[in-house]
Ligand binder design. Structure first.
Ligand SMILES: NC(=O)C[C@H](N)C(=O)O
Length: 328
């Protein structure tokens, strides 16, 4: 049987509530990895699994430190010829960010599958056990190789880059609304229908093996009446990059612009992304480029933050950083 390592980080999949009908307000990240594995004895038919506890937190509390620990551990484990693949159990709130971070920092073609749950382990019809079984089967499947980090939940197979959490509570939450899922799981089989054209995993140039921190990058959400106050505050706090979760096609409020101009003059990289879930952020107004802003293309604000953090570990050159946003 293929050897699959399960790295547990917490989340609702390891969450417990006081009754089987309690679906919100429970404690995420409460059960250990061995309890999760023991709850799904069927796993043993498909893979030889062993677990490691990396953290046990609600993923709203995810940190750069845990990301770095996870990436380093994945690289170590996948370098072992006996290991076929990795499953990471994770809370759903920031799952897409961790998935994209690992997509850019784990250098292996072997399958890496991230999985979570929307209902705590104690719930009636908990989705964790079936999601975990599917994730292990996907990580043990040679078809999953070379596709980058996969997100397996609710019988869907999604790619790390283009997938986002779309529903606060429904089990059908992870979607790639515009660019489409990679495949689906039905009747015990994995069906792949597409793959990304963007660089990832063994094709990625980002190396965190010698890092123990990442550059500070913050996100500013635009809205009616928005002004420069948060931009100035982030620059003062030491931000090396700012992602504008702009309106529409990455538009920013004219009252924010003087703050952006001052930030880019100080060498802070400012990227226009969008609070709108679909559609690319284009070059748009010439004025935005003149003010030093770059654009995120099809990456949402939280993933733009991940890429900019990694980009800034290599360069401060805006032209090179814009290229990264096209390639990754
Ligand atoms: N469904 C979940 O996992 C939500 C939880 N707050 C978490 O991200 O850890």
């Amino acid at each position: 049987l293929p050897q699959v390592k399960i790295l547990a980080t917490g989340g609702t999949i390891a969450g417990t509530a006081s009754s089987s009908t309690q679906m919100t307000g429970y404690k995420a990240g409460n059960l250990g990895v061995q309890v999760l594995i023991n709850a799904v004895p069927q796993i043993k038919q498909y893979a030889e699994v062993s677990g490691e506890q990396v953290s046990n937190i609600g993923s709203e509390n995810m940190t750069d430190k845990i990301w770095l620990k996870l990436a380093k551990r994945c690289n170590e484990l996948l370098a072992d010829p006996n290991v076929s693949g990795i499953v990471i159990t994770h809370g759903t709130d920031t799952l897409e960010e961790t998935a994209y971070f690992l997509n850019l920092t784990v250098h292996s073609d072997k399958p890496i599958v991230i999985v979570g749950a929307m209902r705590p382990a104690t719930a009636i019809s908990a989705d964790g056990p079936i999601n975990l079984l599917n994730a292990v089967k996907l990580a043990a499947d040679p078809q999953s190789k070379g596709r980058g980090v996969l997100i397996a939940m609710n019988d869907m197979i999604n790619g790390a880059r283009d997938t986002t959490k779309t529903d606060t509570t429904n089990v059908a939450t992870f979607m790639s609304p515009e660019l489409g899922a990679f495949g689906f799981i039905a009747s015990g089989h994995n069906y792949f229908v597409r793959q990304t054209t963007k660089r990832h995993t063994s094709g990625s140039e980002f190396d965190v093996s010698k890092l123990d921190s990442l550059p500070r990058v913050d996100i500013v959400y635009s809205h009616s009446n928005a002004d420069r106050v948060p931009i100035d505050a982030f620059v003062k706090a030491g931000a090396k990059g700012i992602i504008m979760a702009g309106t529409g096609d990455g538009s920013v409020h004219e009252w924010e612009e003087p703050g952006i101009v001052d930030a880019t003059k100080k060498g802070v990289i400012v990227i226009r992304s969008s609070r709108v879930p679909n559609g690319p952020v284009t070059e748009s107004l010439q004025r935005y480029a003149d003010e030093g802003m770059l654009q995120s293309g099809t990456l949402n604000p939280q993933k733009s933050r991940v890429l900019l953090q990694l980009a800034l570990t290599k360069t401060n050159d805006p032209k090179k950083i814009q290229e990264y946003f096209e390639e990754y």
